[in-house]
Design a protein. Structure first.
Length: 216
């Protein structure tokens, strides 16, 4: 195999916002984790929430765990890009880290619900790529929720009841996939990301690059 040329050209690109939504237990977190491990150009948006941490969850990594008072202060100070009440708790996306990542040409991955996705759509439509992930069956959804073994029976029941509502929003997303086999789903989301990165409008440095190719 021959070596690649020494000075590989790079074309400046505008970062995109990749939203993954699904009912709890459809496998979204596994897909998100795999994308982050494989791709250094993606940053995860760490949400703030008023829900208590589950065993193993780390403050500042999985979520910023905050009190209701603190959350309300952040809302009042305009620090969220979007925020919503999901189940009985508040969740929100801090604005500043997202803006920093996009400005430095990185993409940002969001694990947020349909309410947050709608709000982002109102504010940042051009930067947004939305993917809805469906479980292959109701039985499989319940199995995954129970297998997680972190939530009480009551919480699992509540999430199952909510799943139907959440899934009714699949129609609002640009891409929809069934998570039957997780490796396949990861490859599909990666393919979506690869294609979306190549959209002409995101390749903001392309005009200069082409002018250079043409000797202008
Ligand atoms: P969980 O409590 O299982 O971590 O998350 C519950 C739901 O809240 C999931 O559907 C998740 O996508 C959503 N969620 C997490 N963070 C945010 C956020 O910052 N904004 C919105 N709108 N939803 C969020």
């Amino acid at each position: 195999m021959s070596n690649p040329p020494a000075n590989l050209p790079t074309v400046q690109r505008r970062g995109l916002m990749l939203v993954l939504s699904s009912p709890s237990g459809a496998g979204k977190s596994t897909i998100a984790r795999a994308l982050l491990e494989r791709d250094p150009d993606i940053a995860m948006s760490v949400s703030a929430t008023t829900r208590p941490p589950r065993p193993g969850e780390v403050d500042g990594k999985d979520y910023h765990f905050v009190s209701v008072e603190k959350f309300q202060q952040m809302v009042a100070a305009g620090q969220f890009l979007e925020h919503a009440k999901v189940f009985d708790n508040y969740y929100g996306t801090p604005k500043q880290p997202v803006e920093d990542a996009l400005a430095s040409g990185r993409d940002v991955l969001f694990d947020i619900d349909w309410q947050g996705t709608q709000q982002l759509g109102d504010n940042a439509r051009d930067d947004l790529v939305t993917v809805f992930i469906l479980p292959p069956s109701v039985e499989e959804l319940e199995r995954r929720l129970r297998g997680r073994a972190q939530d009480s029976d009551e919480v699992v029941q509540k999430r199952m009841a909510k799943a139907g509502d959440e899934m009714s929003h699949w129609f609002e997303y640009q891409y929809v996939l069934l998570n039957t086999e997780v490796d396949r789903s990861i490859a599909r989301v990666q393919a979506i990301l690869d294609a979306e990165r190549l959209r002409r409008r995101r390749q903001v440095g392309m005009a200069d690059f082409v002018n250079g190719l043409r000797g202008q």
